[in-house]
Design a protein around this ligand. Structure first.
Ligand code: ADP
Ligand code: MG
Length: 278
């Protein structure tokens, strides 16, 4: 379904991805973990050509975004991109549109659907994420978790073959994380092909078929979640997993009351800080 070959990406002289190789099979759930700054978002963005790789290739369903030695073709890229849905940490809904209008917009603009068709599809996916009763609300009238579910519905309404999630729950208050993970879990159970960047290790272990640990622009190791989380082969993987699972270790001498609120709350739930600087 997705094939990434010798992918390099530099910003100026700063090489962020240093030769990444991996494949995702149809229906597979691949989870990417790794410290902040290791290139996870850049990698996801290269998967749908939001970033143009410096070198190397991305193939989606047997088709190259840009054929080796051929020129960038905007139309071709746009077409392939519609097969890939992406959900970001920040939901980026249009504030002046209601939930359903947000879900309809791209369908009409990019998929060239009529308003009636787009509305029908939007209703289907808003129902799926449990928000049909909120469809006429504006983003400001919805909680963060609800906004993220609208963003998921918006991506699904394009009927993509693959869904990419880039820390979809990292910006949410702890009590809202579960509802978004539940929607993602349901999608996974239905057989959607998914590439998920997350710090939610329990979710990763439950849903992932494979986990990739990235650090400093390379894949350090990958494997079955049970193996990778419990028997990491590399010291870097072990150190990272330890940090995520024991965030208190990072704060040294802080007592519980001194922890920043977000960290404290997360800790109670056994999660890591919202804006993890891991
Ligand atoms: P992660 O998602 O793992 O935290 P990112 O892919 O966001 O990592 O970033 C990796 C590095 O690439 C960071 O040091 C970041 O500053 C840099 N970077 C990302 N996007 C850009 C950009 N558009 N221009 C310059 N540097 C960037
Ligand atoms: Mg990121």
């Amino acid at each position: 379904m997705i094939e990434v070959t010798e992918l390099h990406k530099s910003f100026g002289s700063n090489e962020i991805l240093k030769g990444v190789n991996f494949k995702v099979k149809r229906g597979e759930k691949v989870v990417i973990i790794g410290p902040s700054g290791s290139g996870k978002s850049t990698l996801l963005r290269c998967l749908n050509f939001l970033e143009t790789p410096s070198s190397g290739f991305v193939k989606v369903e047997g088709e190259y975004f840009v054929e080796p030695s051929k020129k960038y073709n905007e139309k071709h890229v746009a077409k392939l991109r519609t097969e890939i849905g992406m959900v970001f940490q920040r939901f980026n809904l249009f504030p002046t549109m209601t939930a359903i209008e947000n879900v309809m917009a791209a369908q009409m603009k990019i998929r060239k659907k009529s308003k009636e068709e787009a509305r029908k599809t939007a209703e289907k996916y808003l129902r799926k994420v449990g928000l049909i009763d909120r469809m006429n609300h504006y983003p400001s009238q919805l909680s963060g978790g609800q906004q993220q579910r609208v963003a998921i519905a918006r991506a699904l309404a394009m009927e993509p073959n693959v869904m990419l999630f880039d820390e979809a729950t990292s910006a949410l208050d702890p009590e809202l994380v579960g509802e978004v993970l539940n929607v993602m879990k349901e999608l996974a159970d239905e057989g959607m092909t998914m590439v998920i960047v997350t710090h939610e290790m329990k979710f990763a272990e439950e849903v992932g078929d494979r986990v990739i640990f990235m650090d400093k622009g390379v894949i350090v190791e990958e494997g079955h979640p049970k193996r990778l989380f419990h028997f990491p082969k590399h010291e870097r993987t072990r150190a990272f997993i330890n940090k995520v699972e024991h965030p208190e270790a990072m704060t040294g001498t802080y007592s519980n009351d001194e922890l920043p609120v977000s960290m404290g709350k997360r800790k109670e739930l056994g999660r890591i800080p919202a804006t993890s600087n891991l």
